[in-house]
Design a binder for this molecule. Structure first.
Ligand code: NAD
Ligand code: FES
Length: 287
């Protein structure tokens, strides 16, 4: 069993939990994910790892209530235990194999969208510790939905905020702010990393292409087993079928067929909606 040692609501629908998982915490690296099952009957939910502490034996996960299973995860409290937390899964980010010398000459820009900001944090922390220059753009619908602001400020070189409604920072989407930074403010980057909703990663990639900037994306595809057996997570990258769980989740954005990935992501929308409407939580904490 995996005990929740800390829980906080970051917004009314996004919760952050620190979970005891010593073996996972000892081997996790930036870019990897885990699969969680709240109880023995629950659906398997893939979540990116938002932080890990090998010494404390804990991992941090950030979950947004968007359906029955994510609402179930968020209904658990400090002291409760999850039945399964499996990981680390997937490949770490490419930069973990680069030397400090290579990284100290590089300038990264992270494009973080909404709840996708959480998995950006361990990557930025790692890169800064290794001497890379790292700017971060966080985009959210409104000011109240910006997460990881203070944490990110503490680990990056420059933090830029934007909101769809203009309530904080640049008024517009992450793509507009990235373009402004490069074309008007003269910022220069060697590498972009975009993590957030699939539609954001698609348009961030198109903007990066326009700016001639390589971009890595972290694909949050449908996943079932997370070990390369079921094919649920398949995506087309560079014209070839790839399994995001074992060959990703990070890929070269320029090569990803985002339209196909979004079509596959929507495959079970009806079933998910029905599950959310009819779900009765087995531990009696409501929907
Ligand atoms: P959101 O819809 O509020 O979008 C966040 C930001 O992305 C927006 O503020 C905007 O700046 C940008 N964006 C959105 N649509 C865009 C477009 N068409 N063009 C350019 N920029 C655009 O985000 P949310 O509701 O917090 O997103 C939740 C989604 O993030 C879920 O679908 C979740 O699965 C996904 N997610 C992905 C990962 C990952 O690893 N890729 C990790 C966690 C969550
Ligand atoms: Fe089953 Fe990737 S989730 S093959």
């Amino acid at each position: 069993m995996f005990k929740i040692v800390k829980k906080e609501m970051m917004t009314p629908t996004i919760c952050r939990m620190v979970v005891e998982a010593p073996r996972l915490a000892a081997s996790a690296l930036p870019g990897q994910f885990l699969i969680i099952r709240a109880d023995e009957q629950s659906e398997r939910i893939p979540l990116t790892i938002s932080d890990f502490d090998a010494e404390a034996g804990t991992v941090t996960i950030v979950t947004q209530k968007i359906g029955a299973s994510t609402s179930e995860i968020c209904s658990y409290n400090e002291g409760d235990c999850f039945a399964d937390v499996v990981g680390p899964l997937g490949n770490p980010s490419d930069f973990v194999t680069m030397s400090d010398e290579e990284l100290s000459g590089k300038a990264y820009v992270f494009i973080a969208g909404g709840v996708g900001t959480a998995p950006v944090y361990p990557q930025v922390k790692w890169l800064r510790e290794k001497g890379a220059k790292v700017d971060v753009i966080i985009g959210a619908k409104t000011k109240d939905l910006i997460i990881y602001r203070e944490e990110m400020e503490a680990v990056c070189d420059n933090l830029y905020l934007c909101t769809d409604d203009g309530s904080e920072g640049f008024h517009g989407l992450v793509t507009g702010l990235l373009e402004k930074l490069v074309t008007e403010d003269g910022k220069q980057y060697n590498q972009a990393v975009a993590i957030g909703p699939m539609i954001m990663m698609k348009f961030a990639t198109l903007t990066c292409k326009k700016l001639n900037l390589p971009v890595i994306v972290s694909l949050n595809t449908l996943m079932v087993d997370g070990t390369g057996m079921c094919g649920a997570c398949r995506v087309t990258v560079g014209g070839k079928v790839r399994f995001a769980c074992v060959e990703g989740p990070e890929f070269d954005g320029w090569q990803v067929d985002f339209d196909e990935a979004m079509r596959r992501q929507r495959m079970y929308n009806t079933e998910e909606k029905e599950a959310a409407e009819h779900h009765v939580c087995r531990i009696g904490r409501g929907k």
